[in-house]
Design a protein around this ligand. Sequence first.
Ligand SMILES: C[S@@+](CC[C@H](N)C(=O)[O-])C[C@H]1O[C@@H](n2cnc3c(N)ncnc32)[C@H](O)[C@@H]1O
Length: 299
Amino acid sequence: MSDFLNAPETPRSRPDRSDRPAAPGEAARHVPGVPVRHTRAKGEPRFPDGPSADPAGSHFERRIRSFQPRRSRVTAGQADALQRLWPAWGLDIDGQRTIDLGELFGNDNRVVLEIGFGMGEATAQMAAADPGTNILAVDVHTPGQGNLLNLAEQQKLTNVRVANGDAIILLREMLTRDSLDGLRVYFPDPWPKKRHHKRRLIQPEFLDLAATRLRPGALVHCATDWEPYAEQMLDVLTAHPDFENTQTGGGFAARPDFRPLTRFEGQGLEKGHVVNDLLFRRVQHGVRSDRSDQSPTGA
Ligand SMILES: C[S@@+](CC[C@H](N)C(=O)[O-])C[C@H]1O[C@@H](n2cnc3c(N)ncnc32)[C@H](O)[C@@H]1O
């Protein structure tokens, strides 16, 4: 296996903080006038019945990750959605079982995996515009999970499921071969520093894995506002034997109508960044399509 999929991360030493909060089970140091905060015991869920803090377990494997763990504030509305809706529409990526996508969505419609939906606004828009396509949306960002669940409920979307955890483990351990009809990766973390390039999601080893889970003909749709990463995506997708560019003559694609502007994209555009879309198709070996008469819709 490659470094990206399996390599150990450099262990980080923790600073000694004498002002640390009391550990679970340890008596809280009470400061007069300051309310005592509830300290969750080890393993106590943040949202009862909601997503697990680290579903695959932090020691499931030590590996270079494409995301930065963030401690972000969850609003009351997001927490409420996580508690109420997670049992029906959430999926913890624990790496322990195979997912039957027909059972998960309650139908046999096509399923597209979206990795890194952020706050989920674009995901909800795409789900509303195309109710015949199921979207399995994965991210590690808890406020975004709550937000997307809220949007799905408000808009009565039945074709979205929210997965919590690392997409690599989902793909590798929980999804079966040829089970996906599309893959969407919009504005993945660009990891601009050279020493962090190994964290970028779109690289050959990731494509090797994704290719096994995508049916022949499935579309891979990526977009980024970070031009060096766009070039890297174009290079690795073009070089990969399991994918072909839908664009005659190769190169980037225009943003297809079905992809709304995303939150992260908006921030990039405000900074004057150039956005590039890439639309590639999973090929069946020995059968390369005639690209000229195929329209790239429905990634
Ligand atoms: C820069 S944000 C973009 C969010 C959204 N697509 C947008 O355009 O607004 C990238 C997101 O990908 C998520 N992410 C990165 N690597 C991931 C992985 N391996 N599994 C799940 N989520 C991941 C991050 O948590 C983050 O929310």
